[in-house]
Design a protein around this ligand. Structure first.
Ligand SMILES: NC(=O)c1ccc[n+]([C@@H]2O[C@H](COP(=O)([O-])OP(=O)(O)OC[C@H]3O[C@@H](n4cnc5c(N)ncnc54)[C@H](O)[C@@H]3O)[C@@H](O)[C@H]2O)c1
Length: 308
């Protein structure tokens, strides 16, 4: 199969490239390197990396020619960034997705696998969260991802193009770097490796559903190989861990004993998050198997060389 991975130099995209290459597929990447790294693809010199923007219609049309599946990950990522830059968020995440869909339709692409987010749900009302949980996004990022999902599903109705939208919960793993908008695991890892205290907001008994990036890459792969299904699906581990236990597991995985500080609970933080992934299991065999013990060991080993 010939695949195009937009955002393929980023954290999740580069893990999808690795899996696709391991399965012997031909891969091209479109990435403007705004938050991705050329070095993430260093082990795959045969992968064509086209440095460009997903909003560039002519470029995306050209790259979609002869492609069977597009894995569309290129995005302005995160709630905080979207609040600071709402127009960029929508131009890249909504219009950029439409560019990909248009190119896919014109190029005869069989399937688009779109990286959506649990951010579409907004405030979580019930757990475990199923796909029919109310969608009431509370940031431009969540609203844009929901809009992009709706475009994907409308194209799947209008044209002979299948689209699967994957709503990721908290993804972690190798190639996830620390930045100002970072997630909790890279922030804690970075601080532990630099001998700085880690701050837990609230009592630490809040729970989160962390899914390893290898499972997320496999979800993309199975969704791409699947024939016939279109729809939107939760992608998570379907297990939850308290933040206190997460820090203990990170300590065990790294051999570093962190200094833990507690801060006031952050307004808007949900108490518990847990996803139901049975729909993705039924539709395309998604079966997350990387435990936090294994995933955090891999991550901390990688972080010791990459995050210092
Ligand atoms: N990491 C998570 O926990 C998480 C959760 C939910 C959804 N997602 C989604 O998964 C996808 C991948 O996220 P990630 O965590 O790997 O982040 P990332 O920032 O590492 O990857 C995004 C990639 O897109 C590229 N990119 C950004 N704007 C672009 C543009 N205009 N044109 C071309 N390339 C562009 C970046 O350079 C980067 O390589 C995104 O769509 C994100 O919204 C991630």
């Amino acid at each position: 199969m010939k695949a195009l991975v937009t955002g393929g130099s980023g954290f999740i995209g580069s893990n999808i490239v690795k899996l696709l290459r391991g399965e012997g597929h031909e891969v091209a990447v479109l990435d403007n390197l705004s938050s991705g790294y050329r070095s993430n693809l260093a082990l795959f010199p045969e992968v064509q990396l086209v440095e460009g923007d997903v909003r560039d219609a002519a470029l995306v049309n050209r790259l979609a020619q002869g492609v069977e599946v597009i894995f569309h990950l290129a995005a302005s990522v995160g709630n905080t960034r979207s609040i600071e830059h709402p127009i960029d968020d929508s131009e890249i995440n909504v219009i950029g997705t439409l560019r990909v869909l248009e190119a896919a339709r014109r190029g005869g692409v069989r399937k688009v696998v779109f990286s959506s987010s649990a951010g579409i749900f907004g405030e979580l009302k019930t757990i475990p969260i199923r796909e029919d949980h109310p969608v009431e996004p509370d940031t431009p990022y969540g609203a844009g991802k929901l809009g992009a999902e709706k475009h994907c599903l409308a194209y799947a109705k209008l044209y002979p193009l299948q689209c699967i939208c994957l709503r990721y919960f908290n993804v972690y793993g190798v190639n996830q770097r620390y930045d100002a908008y970072g997630n909790v695991i890279p922030i804690f890892a970075h601080r532990m490796l630099h001998g700085k205290p880690v701050t837990i907001f609230g009592d630490g008994e809040q729970t989160r559903d962390f899914v390893n990036v290898r499972d997320v890459a496999m979800a993309n792969y199975r969704a791409g190989m699947n024939r016939g299904v279109s729809g939107a699906f939760n992608i998570a581990s379907a297990t939850r861990v308290t933040v206190n236990r997460l820090v203990e597991l990170m300590a065990e995985a790294s051999g570093i004993e962190p200094i833990v500080e507690y801060g006031p609970p952050r307004p808007g933080d949900v108490r518990h998050s847990l996803a139901d992934v049975s729909a993705a299991n039924k539709a395309f065999g998604f079966d997350p198997g990387v435990t936090l013990e294994i995933g955090l060991k891999e991550y901390m080993d990688w972080a010791k060389t990459a995050l210092v």
